[in-house]
Design a protein around this ligand. Sequence first.
Ligand code: F6P
Length: 542
Amino acid sequence: MTVNNSPAWQALSAHANKVREKHLTEMFAEDSERYDKFSFRAAHCLTDFSKQRITSTTLQLLIDLAEQQKLPQRIEALFSGEKVNLSENRPALHTALRQPADQPLLVEGVDISEEIHASLEKMETLVDQIHNGQWRGYDGSPIKNVVNIGVGGSDLGPLMTCRALSMFAPEHIRDIDIHFVSSMDGSHLAGLLTHIDPASTLFIVSSKSFSTIDTLANANTAREWLVDTSGLPLELISQHHFIGITASPEKAADWGIPEKNQLHFWDWTGGRYSMWSVIGMAIALQIGNKNFRQMLAGAHQMDTHFRSAPPAENLPVLMAMIGIWNINFLDIHAHAVLPYDGRLEHVPAYLEQLEMESNGKSVTLNGEKLNYATCPILWGEVGPNAQHAFYQLLHQGTESVMCDFIAPALRYQDQGEDLQAQHQLALANCLAQSRLLALGDSVLDDADTAPAHKRYRGNQPSTTIMFDTLSPASFGALIAMYEHKVYVQSVIWEINPFDQWGVELGKQVATSLLDQFTEQTSSATDSSTEGLIRYVQQQRRE
Ligand code: F6P
């Protein structure tokens, strides 16, 4: 039986027929305690679901569905290292990466906790050497610029976190700049190479597979630049200027990264779940080893909550189940992520990969085609900027969109910045927008008299996620909460969130087309592809 034919799903469908008729305005009018009923706190975070189109019955029925799908057992399977990634026959143990060293974790008889902490310690030693100026470039210069070359999970998590937490950089490491280069066409790198000094630049080549063409193309360009500008042999350049972070050490060695400059992680760490591993080296370089550990501790706090709290109080479970309600029962297939804090500007891009690469699936774990919706289209932007861009559609367009508003409650005066007044301005806007999206122009006394083009229909559901203040720990907890939300949804939809076969074929087809650009050959494809290749070739000749 497929999940959408199951009793719990059918009960939700019947319930949805009633709730769909209700506007959030009515729900708030009928129950003045919605906030108290539907907001929950754990591990630094507060999630307010009261502006979701739910009732207490909805939540109970969603929990019934979670239990029917054996969610508690599936959560335990994740944490205990069962092979939850069926298509690749391996566990998904990102939670182990943030487990304290004194908690062993046996997977197939091996305590992976020891390996994890040994790898972290090697990273910390390298980070200290770079911070202390002990790591030197080819002419003895200390490192001033670090460039992380990676893409997808080997870029988005470290980039997001470095930008979110840069203010936590301890004084003594402030004069190292961290850069991120990911674009396959080399534009990011080319722009950077014009204004950094080769002798004081260190490249971190981050790639789980060490075979991603985007990353290797950029790494090759960086290495040629160093060899050309220094006039030194490749081997010497690799020793002083390249660190490789990978789960494929042989490939990193083949490329030329010496063993002492390699940091390893494991195939059981999914790329988009890897910022907690040594892939996070750029983060540790930006905020220091101590703060990196605090970020892991914050994520671990969320893990502990997720693993132990009952579903009715479990933040990631509730977030996931309310998402399911919106997608599968209210037919909402667009999800906007709206941080009201400029430091969180890369969170939407990170969540795009986390959610859509994980749950953008249409076959079950057993390979059967699904006949219900899975991951919605997710996008986002810093909220106040998005207000001047796409909020028009949220308020008056024809699409239903669910939104996540994300903001810290407090912004402390720190390191010379005093943004409390501006932070309050942002918070006022955050709450104004979620209020208006929920209640529409009923917030006004005389809305009825306004012409149609000025009306706001409301009833757009949103969750507001707040945390005490932005810190390494609260940030770790926030990101872990989203990871677990994604897992819970995959359990309900009976899909594998840990593979990404949908990105493979494009790589193969691109490889076969590349010859036609480089060698000006042609082979039969389709009239559009052939026409476009011909156009490029003609431009070259003209
Ligand atoms: O092509 C998709 C993908 O495999 C992502 O899942 C991954 O995060 C990214 O490419 C980068 O992969 P790697 O770290 O192996 O270079």
